[in-house]
Design a protein around this ligand. Sequence first.
Ligand code: NAD
Length: 462
Amino acid sequence: MSDYDIVVVGGGPGGYVCAIRAAQLGLRAACVEGRSTLGGTCLNVGCIPSKALLHASHMYHESRQNFEKMGLKPGAKSFDWKQMLAYKDGAINDNTRGIEFLFKKNKVDWIKGWARVRSAGKVAVGDRVVETRDIVVATGSEPTPLRGVEVDEQVIVTSTGALALSNIPKSIVVIGAGVIGLELGSVFARLGSEVTVLEYLEHALPEMDGEISKNARRFLARQGLKFKMGAEVLSVERKGNKAEVKFKLRKDGSEHDMAASTVLVATGRRPVVGGFGLEEAGIEFAENGAIKTDSRLSTNVKGIWAIGDATEGPMLAHKAEDEGIAAAELIAGNAGHVNYQVIPSVVYTHPEVAMVGCTEEQLKQEGKDYVSGKFSFMGNGRAKAVFASSGFVKILADKNTDRVLGCHVIGPSAGELIHEICVAMEFGAAAEDLALTCHAHPTFSEAMREAALACGDGAIHA
Ligand code: NAD
C-alpha cells in the first residue's frame, strides 16, 4: 500500500487548503513544504504582511488626516518602523502557526523539505521517496525578473524585500502600477516616502474596469503618489545606497534618469514550475509557462493534478484555495468545480478597489447590450459621516434580462461589499433582485442597492 492517498507539493493557500479538505474527506494526506513555515507567499511575504502594513500605515494617515476633525487629540505625530515591522511579523506568525494547528487537527502530515516529483505516484523529499496515489502540484509563483534589473532585496527590491526594509526610504521608484505596486506604494507614501510609479501602459491596474482604474490613480495621486505612464524601464543600476533608473517615455521616445533610495520591481509574477521534476515526468505546459490542466484540474499525466498560481488564470490566493478544495473533492471521487466567472479581485489601497465579473470594456468588445447602474458614496450617509465618500459603485446588468454581469467598486470596504454581488451572480440574480433586497441603514452596502436601483428606475439618493 502507498504511504498516502494524496501528497500536495506546496503549502501555500492552494496547497494547504487542498490537503486539509482531502483529510476531511477521509484521505491519507500529506503536504510537502520546504519553507520553515506554512502558508506560502500569501502568509509569509504577500497578502498577510502587506495587509498588516497597509492597516498600520492607514491608521497613521487617518490619525493625522481626520482625528482632529473628530475632536480626537493628539493624532499620531510619528511612528516606530521597527515596531510596525514587529507587528507585521506577529501577524505572519499567528497565521502560519494557525495552519500548523489545522494540519494537526485534521491529521495532515507536513513533510518538511523540498519535493521532487519522480513520476506519477512518487515524490522524493531529500533521501526519502514517498509513495502516493495522487499528487497535487501547488508550487505557486515568484516575481518575474525584469530585463536589465538585478534585484538585491536591499536597494532594488521585490515585494519580499519591500516588506522588510530596514528603514523608510526617502524616495521610492515603483516599477509597475499593478496591484503590488499600488498597495506597497501606498504604504510608503503614507509613511513619508516620495513615491513615483513608472508604468509601461497608459493606465494603472490594467485588469480593472477603465473607469475604476482612472479613479484609483486620481485618488492615489491626491495622496501624493506620482505617476509616469507609458514609461518603459530600460535599466536599474545600484549606485552605493541608491539606485538609478533609466526609462523611456513611449509617446515621444525621450529617455530619462531618476535616482531613488529604493526601487520596487512589481511587474508581475510567473509560475514556479521548473527544477523539481515536472518536465521529466512528462507534464505539459501552457505558452506562458504555467502547468496545463483540464477542467478537472488534472494535468496530462494521470494521477498528477495542479492548482493555483502554478497553473493558468489569475494569480489570486482565493482562486488557488477554491481549486484546492475542488481538486481534493475530485480526487476523493466527488464533484468538484470552480466557477471562474465569479472570482472577485480586490486591491487594498485607500479607497479599496474591488471587482467581479465583466468590465465595461469587455462587454463593449463582446457587443453585449448592457445597462450600467452607478452610485457615488457621496450619497451614502455612513460614508459621509466617516470621511469615506470618495468613490462609487457600478453594477453592469444585461439590458434584456437584467442579469448581473459584473460589479466594480472603489470606496470604503469595497473588498467586503463585492461579495454581495458574488453571491448574486452565483444565483444568477437580476439587478432588480438586489434592488428589492432590504439593506440595513446606515451601511456602506446601501450603495450597492442604490447602484442596482440605478440599473432600473433610478437610485433614491443620487
Ligand atoms: P500586475 O500584473 O498586477 O501588475 C504589473 C504591472 O507592471 C502592469 O501594470 C504592467 O503593465 C507593468 N509593467 C510590466 N513590465 C513593465 C516595465 N518594464 N516597466 C513598467 N511597467 C511594467 O503584477 P503585480 O502587481 O506584480 O502582482 C503580481 C500578482 O500578484 C498579480 O497576479 C496580482 O493579482 C497578485 N497580487 C494580488 C494581490 C491582491 O489580490 N490584492 C496583491 C498582490 C499581488
